[in-house]
Design a binder for this molecule. Structure first.
Ligand code: AMP
Ligand code: GLY
Length: 423
């Protein structure tokens, strides 16, 4: 089978690694990919948002299965685009159709879905710019901290948590009236603050059946001790040691099962990965967000724990065999530490020479913002590399990743030295 992966991060490098190892994979392409995917697949210089170019690549390379990494193309309807074209209607797409992708594309849509299906989530109310005064009243009538969320996609920056009512009203004004996040904040969800521990759960689903993948915990803040600005993710571990079988059962019964049932009830065509961002409050799980894709860097700890043929697993969604698929999970723990360019998630410099990757023997290094130029690897983004290791437990996996990192050198490099500090 010829496969095309869309995306260019560490997540897509990790997808490419597992798919390239499958006995069912003939040719593997990644668009646009990165220096890491270039080692195991053919990179195509195509943006995942340019649907016509994607179509050209599908036809030219006789692609049978397309895996969509990031949310943007899904929210813009790439799945519908592919299968509604008579030339591509047999292509198998991993990623939900546009209407279902609104679960990530619109926080208000997701909240309506959660409430309609009685799935535990924070109490909320949604306001448009015409309702600014009403939104201010809502803030006054509720207790801090205030969680303000831009309704649409805002590249992971659209959530603000604010302790003070006046400051919350100022921010609300910036979002609703001054379009702080562009069209994404023309509606704002104001949500009850949930105090607890976060974790990420993942399923693969054909819209009726599902397979639960290993869970993970992501470290989103730039600074040690979970301080400073939010990032795409600075590290992750799998499984979270606090995830007991009792909590797993609650998550499946109260959240995963009713979500999949909700797809059937609402006639939402959902094929692909679903990522549940959860908070455990006194041992009870609440959904804080749905993502219609895998996480990055969570993928880099979840997928290395899957021992089954990954392409066969993806294909089983389309052949109606998902529920019979024997998903084998490695009992070891995995940890990944993300190396970033100094200054990220704000301004940072690119083009720094990366050395030492050949000296890393005990970890996998997934490339993200890395460019290969005349045989040399150079930094080309905020998040540069994710260094993943397996171990008997999370601490051993982390030790190995941190040892490997000492061998990798680029100017202005930064990474959090405390991934897993809270466990
Ligand atoms: P999101 O983009 O929805 O994942 O939100 C970003 C981060 O904001 C989450 O990872 C949480 O740490 C935090 N967050 C979002 N919603 C809430 C909430 N209702 N209560 C507490 N923290 C939240
Ligand atoms: N690491 C969080 C995300 O992928 O959304």
């Amino acid at each position: 089978m010829n496969v095309l992966i869309l995306g260019s991060g560490g997540r897509e490098h990790c997808f490419a690694e597992l798919i390239s190892e499958s006995k069912n994979c003939d040719k593997l392409f990644v668009a646009p990919g990165n220096s890491g995917t270039g080692l195991i697949a053919e990179n195509l210089d195509i943006s995942p948002l340019d649907f016509d170019l994607v179509k050209g690549a599908i036809i030219k390379h006789n692609i049978q299965l397309v895996v969509i990494g990031p949310e943007d193309p899904l929210v813009r309807g790439i799945h519908d685009f592919i299968i509604s074209d008579p030339i591509m209607k047999e292509v198998k797409v991993i990623g939900p159709k546009q209407r279902a992708a609104q679960l990530e594309g619109s926080k208000d849509f997701a909240k309506d879905f959660l409430n309609r299906h009685n799935i535990p989530t924070a109490k909320h109310k949604t306001f448009t710019s015409a309702q600014f005064e009403e939104a201010c009243e809502y803030i006054e009538n509720n207790d801090p901290p205030y969680v303000l969320k831009a309704d649409g996609l805002a590249a992971g920056k659209g959530v603000l948590i604010i302790d003070n009512a006046n400051q919350a009203k100022d921010e609300l004004y910036q979002m609703l009236v001054n379009s702080k996040f562009g069209a994404a904040s023309s509606s704002v969800v104001i949500e009850e603050f949930l105090d607890g521990i976060e974790l990420s759960c993942f399923v693969l689903t054909d819209g009726k059946n599902y397979k639960i993948l290993p869970s993970a915990k992501d470290y989103k803040r730039i600074g040690e001790g979970d301080t400073g600005l939010n990032t795409g993710g600075m590290g992750a571990i799998s499984p979270p040691p606090f995830l007991t079988s009792i909590i797993k059962d609650k998550i499946e019964k109260r959240i995963i099962y009713p979500t999949i049932k909700g797809f059937e009830t609402d006639n939402l065509d959902y094929i692909g990965f679903l990522f549940f961002g959860l908070i455990l409050v006194s041992g009870d799980p609440y959904v804080i967000e749905y993502n219609v894709r895998m996480g990055d860097p969570e993928t880099q700890v979840v997928l290395p724990r899957i021992n089954s043929d990954f392409l066969e697993l993806l294909n089983s969604i389309h052949t109606g065999c998902l529920s019979e698929f024997d998903l084998q999970v490695n009992e070891n723990s995995a940890a990944t530490v993300v190396m970033v360019s100094g200054g990220y998630p704000e301004i940072y410099e690119k083009n720094k020479l990366i050395k030492g990757l050949d000296k890393v023997k005990k970890s996998k290094v997934y490339h993200a913002g890395v460019l290969k130029e005349k045989g040399l690897l150079k930094t080309n983004g905020g998040r540069v590399l994710a260094v993943t290791s397996l171990g008997e437990d999370v601490n051993r996996a982390l030790e190995t990743s941190y040892r490997s990192i000492t061998k990798i050198i680029f100017k202005n490099q930064y990474y959090r030295k405390d991934i897993g500090f809270d466990l």
